[in-house]
Write a protein that binds this ligand. Structure first.
Ligand code: MF3
Ligand code: CO
Length: 304
């Protein structure tokens, strides 16, 4: 799936050869002229002005949204369960077991398990781990730690994805503020999600709030489209500019999941496991992730 410029958009429209009286591509059963024709024309005009616009595969129909919503219900329930059971002196392997057990009991599959060789059902990233922390019996949560638990679920082929931060016991005011401000970044970004705006509206809002608080935002890793696959286009940056990046239209689903660092934005990947990402300067990093649907008049949070 790709982001389209105008030339590619025209080509795809021609390949479809949809006449005004043909059935719409969205499976509504309605005629194209009574369904998405004006919508497609509007997108084409915006592409004409030089903007990136979504491909039709990024625009979910009602059935797909219903399936993704069901998947997200499991994702939320799993994170709620983790929230109730996470505590000091437990190993992150225990979180992995909880995620696997609750997900499968509810009929889902943990999306991370065996994803591109990933060995576990969830990512647990502690303190200076930015993301993709691999659960282990050797990693024991201790009072003062901050940990991101990143849960992703497959149900009937539909994907959901969200993550939360947890503070273990009493954490330092500095770490607590990092966790709180990162959550605010996501809420402030969410306010910018509406049809016919641009992903950069959201990205800049996230960025500006983090930097106004003296933090930095990881540049190399971002959010993503999600729903029919784990990671779909578009790639979502939180170092972007208002009015830039892809056009948002109703039916798009993507994540807001900035990684906010207390120190510098620079990161590196663990040499041995090739997964876990750390801050270069060893300072703490926080991340919250929500999965958002662009609606006719704003946004709906599908998973959190
Ligand atoms: N859940 C992560 C995300 O937000 C991806 C984890 S990939 C895995 O995109 F393989 F490590 F699970
Ligand atoms: Co994600």
């Amino acid at each position: 799936m790709h982001a389209f410029n105008r030339k590619q958009f025209d080509k795809s429209a021609k390949q479809q050869k949809l006449g005004r009286n043909d059935k719409c591509w969205c499976n509504s059963g309605k005629k194209y002229k009574q369904c998405h024709q004006a919508f497609d024309d509007k997108i084409a005009r915006i592409a004409d002005q030089g903007h990136l616009v979504p491909h039709q595969e990024m625009i979910k129909n009602a059935d797909q949204i219903a399936g993704i919503r069901q998947s997200a219900k499991i994702n939320i329930a799993v994170l709620d369960y983790v929230a109730e059971h996470i505590h000091a002196d437990m190993c992150t392997e225990e979180i992995d077991r909880m995620v696997y057990d609750i997900t499968t009991k509810m009929g889902g599959i943990p999306a991370p398990l065996h994803y591109q060789g990933y060995p576990k059902s969830v990512c647990t990233s502690v303190n200076e781990q930015v993301c993709h922390g691999i659960p282990s019996e050797d990693i024991i949560l201790k009072e003062g730690d901050i940990v991101n638990v990143d849960v992703s679920t497959i149900l009937n082929g539909y994907f959901s994805d969200s993550s939360r931060m947890f503070c273990i016991g009493d954490v330092s005011p500095e770490k607590k503020r990092l966790v709180d401000v990162t959550k605010e970044c996501v809420s402030i970004g969410l306010k910018e999600v509406k049809p016919w705006g641009f992903l950069g509206d959201m990205g800049q809002a996230v960025h500006d709030h983090a930097y106004a608080n003296g933090y930095t935002v990881v540049r190399e890793i971002g959010g993503h489209g999600v729903g029919l696959e784990f990671h779909e286009d578009p790639w979502v940056s939180y170092n972007s500019l208002r009015g830039e990046e892809m056009l948002m239209v109703p039916g798009m689903i993507f994540t807001i999941e900035p990684m906010v660092n207390m120190g510098k934005a620079d990161i590196y990947v663990d040499d041995k496991n090739q997964w876990t990402v750390y801050t270069e300067d060893g300072m703490p990093s926080a991340q919250w992730e929500i999965m958002v649907l662009v609606t006719e008049d704003g946004a709906e949070v599908l998973s959190y």
